[in-house]
Design a protein. Sequence first.
Length: 462
Amino acid sequence: MPRLIAVSNRVPKPGDRYTSGGLSVAVRDALEKSGGVWLGWSGAVREGADVEPTAETTRWRNVDYVTVDLTPRDAEEYYNGFANRALWPLFHHRPGLTEFARRDMAGYNRVNQIFARILAPMLRPDDIIWVHDYHLIPLASDLRARGVKNRIGFFLHIPWPAPELFAILPNHSRLAVNLINYDLVGFQTKPFMDNFIAYLKEEMNINVEGCMIDAFGRSCRLGVFPISIDTKEFIHFAEAPKSSIARRLEASLQGRALALSVDRLDYSKGIPQRIEAIGRFLELYPQYHNRFTALQIAPTTREAIPEYAEINREVAEAAGRVNGKFGDIDWAPVRYINKSIGRATLAHLYRAARVGVVTPLRDGMNLVSKEYVASQDPRDPGVLVLSRFAGSARELRGALQVNPYDIDGVVHALRTAFEMPREERIARFEPMLQHLRAFDVHKWRQDFIEALTQDNVLAMSA
Ligand code: ADQ
């Protein structure tokens, strides 16, 4: 078995299974089996870190966790700048929020080169390298420039945009060419892969045969690998005795139904629109006053970026408006909290929710929707209201699928969800759970690695 090298923007803490997400656990399982390295930014910023970038290595169960500090300038230009103020909004179809600065792009390229400089001397000839996400698109080119001939795969966790949007990016063709330096590029869904293929054909005149690109003297394969969750683990968590937080929540509901949303606080997740839909729902259906509580859990992220402070204010104001208008002395329809919650507790909260409201405006996959389904009580499952613009909508067909921009449509789905009889809830839930059991995060990881090592891309038409 060849050694696996994972590279991502951040590296999980060694041994920290409980708080890590399913992705970290899945990749770490693979690394522990084959032996390997996980390289990324430590999250620390330090003046002078670029003069002699040093990597700190912690070895834990057969894996070297290698982390690198960045200078304040590199962190600002690479992470806050090009990755999160240019690529993230553009790839989520929000060109109005996209800010380009050549300086940021230079910082982005510089940090990728730092990673390549640190990684290249660690590599053995038959290692396989798996690079994650939009922060690291140029990494294969930088490694190739250093003579690295190993298999290198790339998985994009977020959407790939339509060609005319991608072309807004200055230097877009250079970024696309960077991807061709990988041996395998994986997308969450087929439409994202098709967007990339359309761009190559229309803008660059590159011939793509099925999923194969032959250009610039290289062959690159494309594939669809919808990421998933550790389904068994979520079922296990949901069935374990309730934590005190889950008991507190249940007591506080006083028999009211719970509509639950869990997201990183991000403008792509459609949170203000969702809260507006709750307000409209209460306006149209006064019989629901005091009968349910909408809980929005949204830990803050990327706080150095102004759009993220703005979305926090917007959500808090929207929740305040709905509560002001419809609340009573003993009931607030919307609870909005920024707390991060452990995964075992999260599973209990999902199970306690009669409705899971997952309505991103655009999302690569959306793991919360899958976690919600896996956590349900099979004898009395809740209903998932899911945006058709989440990658997971292609798999979770039993959800009530909505257009998150159509507030009235979301209101209608909420009503249907609250009133859905148990037999219909079960009929919708069972095939979704079956799917999640078959296609879990371990299968996702195996499929990707197999495709990367065996010249055999599984192009699922999910
Ligand atoms: P995210 O945009 O972060 O991921 P998502 O897929 O929903 O979106 O993953 C969020 C994860 O964080 C989930 O596992 C969830 O349980 C956890 N989480 C959210 N809120 C939490 C809270 N309050 N406390 C604890 N945990 C919380 C990006 C892409 C997605 C893609 C994933 C994986 O944007 O589209 O599905 O990567 O590829």
